[in-house]
Design a binder for this molecule. Sequence first.
Ligand code: CP3
Length: 349
Amino acid sequence: MNSENAPLSPSSKPLLRALKGEAVWPPPVWLMRQAGRYLPEFRAMRDKADFLTRCMTPDMAEELTLQPIRRYGMDGAILFSDILILPWAMGQSLEFIDGRGPVLGAIRSQADLEKLDPKRVQDATAPVRETLSRLSKSLPDVTTLLGFAGSPFTVACYMVEGGGSRDFANTRKMMQTDPALFDRLIETLTISTAEMLCGQIEAGGEAVMLFDSWAGILPPNAFRRYVIEPTRQIVRHIQEKHPNTPIIGFPRLGGIMIREYAEKTGVNTLALDTVADPAQIAELVPNVTLQGNMDPMVLFSGGEAMVREAQGIRDALRGRSHVFNLGHGVMQHTPPENVGALVEAVRAI
Ligand code: CP3
């Protein structure tokens, strides 16, 4: 239970119960990137439409969200979408290119920033809310529906670079040479992200997750300013309107800073990356649910080694509210049968 918040009202869904602070045994399980190219039925849909079309067409996004649930019955279904839908909805150009990943028109100046229009977000993301509202009817009764967004810092990294990057040098340079511009970008994203997540909750999302995949590249003071503070504002905004909806934060590779993140942001659940040691984090970070954190690579071996690894994580957090997950997303060439075996191993008593 988060000590700073009032207790959240109970639920009969195992994942929602754990996200609200209950120690559920065995722990509920879902996987980041559980809908993806490792599934043959996902690859079949890829031939039908490009990625953005799949995200923005409710029929397709609903189907893609349901595929892993049908096969494996995870406790949580995460909306099929992407963290870069937000900049796209504000008017930034976005394309997903095979083998290269996302490509956006880079934001490098005040003039670039002014071309974006946050007022477009509500209308442009209407299909996403339609997908959630359909899913809240089509999912099994025991399955929790998760909405999500990127955190302002990680989304800003892609917006400034114009895509992925090894070191996000342009973004880090902007933080130093034009901090006022970077602050405006973060502020714009903070407000839009909070409003977008409220819209997802109103459409049927029962919990939401904030992905801060690149939080770990920041030194401590920048981490406080660009990761903790915007996340705190988003959490406060959501909790004012939806005090009963759990929020999961994922400050990936945040190291020792994740303790301060958990204390100051007010997230209900801290998602752990692969380098975090669950037993140590359990001591370091009290009062929140922990989510994670098996290395997705273990899914390539499968078998006894995987069962041991998964049950080791699960057992280390026994007695604590825990949601079993990976420490990062399912990888492309993962053998699908190992995903099924993982869900079974987590549930085996
Ligand atoms: O199953 C789920 O987890 C739900 C959907 C989801 C996707 N992306 C679908 C997707 C979620 C939650 C994300 C989050 C996301 N997107 C993050 C944060 C998590 C992380 O992995 O660190 C980031 C950084 C992105 C940005 C992004 N989207 C990149 C860098 C790429 C290219 C890499 C790749 O795997 O192709 C994407 C594309 C993307 N997002 C795909 C999927 C299923 C693959 C595109 C395709 O299948 O055509």
